[in-house]
Design a protein around this ligand. Structure first.
Ligand code: ADP
Ligand code: MG
Length: 730
């Protein structure tokens, strides 16, 4: 058989299990060995320099120039000791991946020799010729300069003999061209106000920072099969493929025993991750065959975001060693679960408190409820923006399908807290809150929250934004996403909300109301005002769509309309107020996201047309010819009565195939015309809509006929690896 599909299949059958070379030491011995972390800095830096870096990391203080030189020298020494030859500024441009341009340490020296050189100036700032990165019109190409600038709060690391320095990326005129800049700004805005609010409850709090623990879902597919699927290679997903007779119906993959080849990949990935200080902790099978998940211990949000970006890179690299390809697309296969990236988000203080952890004392619980209610209020006020923060072409295929939360944002808090909020609403004053435990009549469960919550098993898996005991789990994030975006949106809306909260409380205090009573009154009001965002029921159900509409919640199902929330006056004012992004920056991002949406659909449509016309139709015709040949033969050997009787099936199949061929051909041409027309639209938003309304609509229709053909045509002729082959790892 010369069919490429069979050659690929043959390769997969005899794959050796990839060897995993565990270092001979314990994980704790090599953990973080490729990171310029505090332990290394203490060793390589003077006390003075070390103190300054620590202050910069913890308090955001600027590092003096002469100290920067010392740090650069130390970094170089450490890097050279670890076999490093190059350095790079490592950043997150708006393409969604990471970028790097490597420079060697060496400088020519006398006598035909060279010396390793790395100055503070090279650490602090670089000017990559960045004209080809998306800027949404901020930077014309003749003004191509963009700066990358060192982010001392995320440690440098060594990857492939290269010293990688996490940086922000901004334009010559100061606008952010990346994900990290708004994230850092949002963290500052949040810290400024949250630490003040915290001091209502805890006097010693000086800093509040968001924490993020992501859960990364992904598929593994054998690299030979991947290479035999042009759609996977070019779009990251399959555009055709009939479902496998068996896939996830029996729920036998979820949390099942991990396939030994997949396990070897995971172990290898963990070793690489741990060396880079990524605290991967959990690994398991996900719902669909071939689907898996990994999750780290949570970290400060900026570091967690960098670590997720780095992890996605490592996954790809490590997978090669195991003859796998990692599919990060939100919906690589129709009919089985897609992949997400749950973002577990909380707020922590420098005094070691998780602000979303219900405390043991009534005082702690009061603080906990105050923060929680402010989050409810923030989400309620900004649900559309939160939806926009996870909008992408891939995620549109997941949100609202039956494995992911819908495009409607709501919050789940569980029965206990719902009851608590209900009680508070009914209470006349803070006094009853405090006395609640002594008074049997009005007893509420606040002091008991810790025990109950830690045992909370009735988690609602259908909610896009669920409280899960000590953090919120934002489940609508797509598996390819840069987590900085949902993070900076959450931080920013929370900062804004807390400013409002403080103003509301302080106003009452100036009116002579005691602090605790003032806080109580405001919380009580917020609980009422934000009620509509709370939903404890089944978010996947159709009734919720109707109910949500009644409540005035948005349901922006597709990316173009969802993105509009990024440029609404409300959002522009919000981001300006919080000093996170300017109108120009927001509009640029809106443009870039739309362009990405358009291009993704354009590519997918082209791939679909190409596969349909050049792979599927010729195969179908070849098979059809065989049937025609066969019918002709039957006619020759049979009398006409028997022929009519016996050839009915063949003739029907020939006709069925002809119908599918005709439909595919016709619709491919129509889709091409629609694309041409859409390409002529000049306004980006209109163009995205044209793609959505007039091109995207053909995808499922063409696919229907191709998938039907897959069932009719001889398996031996079919050119593309089938779902049953792709989904199950051999
Ligand atoms: P599940 O699948 O049940 O949601 P996992 O163990 O897969 O649970 O993931 C839980 C995630 O929540 C982990 O990434 C973990 O680090 C994260 N997490 C736990 N506590 C916090 C917190 N305080 N802030 C942010 N993330 C947290
Ligand atoms: Mg989870």
């Amino acid at each position: 058989m010369s069919n490429f599909r069979f050659l690929a299949l043959e390769k997969t059958i005899s794959r050796p299990i990839g060897e995993v070379k565990y270092p001979s030491r314990k994980v704790s011995d090599y953990y973080g060995s490729m990171v310029f972390n505090k332990t290394v800095m203490r060793e390589y830096l003077t006390d003075e320099a070390f103190d300054m870096v620590e202050k910069s990391i913890d308090k955001g203080e600027r590092i003096e120039r002469k100290i920067v030189d010392q740090i650069a020298t130390a970094m170089k020494a450490w890097a050279l000791n670890n076999g490093v030859t190059h350095y790079t500024h490592w950043f997150h441009p708006l393409t969604g991946s990471t970028a790097e341009k490597h420079d060697a340490f060496i400088n020519p020296a006398d006598g035909g020799k060279a010396l390793e050189d790395f100055q503070g100036s090279a650490l602090i700032q670089q000017e990559p010729d960045a004209s080809s990165f998306p800027s949404g019109g901020i930077r014309n190409t003749f003004e191509a300069r963009g700066y990358t600038a060192w982010d001392p709060t995320s440690p440098a690391f060594i990857l492939e003999h290269t010293l990688c320095i996490p940086t922000i990326f901004i334009s010559y005129t100061g606008e952010s061209l990346d994900y990290k800049t708004p994230l850092l700004r949002s963290m500052k805005a949040l810290d400024d106000i949250a630490s003040q609010v915290c001091r209502y409850f805890e006097k010693d709090v000086k800093k509040v920072y968001p924490t993020l623990g992501w859960e990364q879902e992904y598929f593994l597919v054998d690299s030979a099969l991947y290479a035999a699927r042009p759609d996977l290679m070019l779009t990251g997903k399959t555009v055709f493929g009939h479902s496998s007779a068996k896939d996830q119906q029996l729920s036998d993959h979820y949390f099942g025993t991990i396939n030994i080849r997949a396990l070897a990949f995971m172990q290898d990935l963990e070793i690489e991750s741990h060396k880079l200080g990524i605290p991967l902790k959990t690994r398991h099978n996900e719902v669909a065959p071939g689907q898996f998940e990994c999750a780290p211990v949570y970290e400060e949000a900026n570091i967690a975001v960098d670590h997720n970006q780095l992890l996605m890179h490592l996954m790809d690299k490590v997978a090669r060693r195991h003859h796998f390809k990692v599919l990060l697309h939100e919906k690589p296969y129709a009919g089985v679960n897609g992949s997400g990236k749950h973002n577990n988000w909380s707020l922590a203080t420098d005094t070691g408190i998780n602000l979303l952890s219900p405390g043991k004392s009534r005082k702690d619980n009061f603080r906990f409820i105050a923060i929680l209610v402010n989050i409810l209020k923030a989400v309620h006020n900004n649900e559309e923006l939160i939806r926009a923060s996870v909008a992408s072409e891939g995620n549109d295929l997941r949100l609202g399908a039956n494995e992911a939360p819908p495009a409607i944002i709501s919050v789940f808090i569980g029965e206990q807290i719902t009851r608590t909020l209900h009680e508070i609403e009914k209470m006349p004053s803070k006094k009853s809150f405090s006395n609640s435990n002594n008074n049997k009549e009005t007893e509420i469960n606040i002091p008991k929250i810790p025990e109950i919550l830690f045992d909370n098993t009735d988690r609602n898996r259908t909610s896009p934004f669920a409280f899960t005991g000590n953090k919120f789990e934002f489940r609508a994030v797509g598996s390819t996403a840069n987590t900085a975006k949902p993070m900076f949106v959450l931080n920013t809306i929370m900062a804004d909300q807390l400013i409002q909260f403080k103003a509301d409380v302080d106003k009452q205090i100036t009116e002579g109301i005691k602090k605790d009573d003032a806080i109580f009154n405001v919380i009580k009001r917020y609980i009422k005002e934000s009620k509509d965002i709370r939903f404890e029921g089944n978010s996947y159900g159709d009734e919720w769509i109707i109910e949500a509409k009644k409540r005035g919640l948005s349901n922006n199902r597709k990316t173009p309309e969802a993105l509009l929330a990024f440029i609404s006056k409300k959002t522009i004012d919000l981001f300006k107020r919080m000093n996170v992004m300017s109108e120009t920056e927001l509009k640029a991002r809106f443009e870039i996201k739309l362009e990405k949406y358009i291009k993704k659909l354009q590519i997918e449509s082209r791939v679909m047309g190409d596969l349909a016309i050049n792979h599927i139709l010729p195969t179908a015709i070849q098979y059809q010819n065989r049937l025609i040949e066969n019918a002709r033969g039957l006619k020759e050997v049979l009398d006409s009565k028997s022929f009519v009787k016996l050839s009915r099936n063949q003739l029907n199949t020939i006709k069925e195939i002809s119908d599918h061929i005709a439909s595919i051909k016709e619709m491919s041409i129509q889709m091409l015309e629609a694309r041409k027309k859409a390409n002529r639209v000049t306004d980006t938003f209109e163009q995205a809509n044209a793609y959505k309304e007039n091109v995207l609509v053909y995808f499922d229709k063409i696919r229907y006929h191709v998938d039907k053909l897959e069932l009719l045509v001889d398996d031996e002729l079919w050119p593309l690896p089938k779902y049953r082959e792709l989904l199950f790892i051999k």
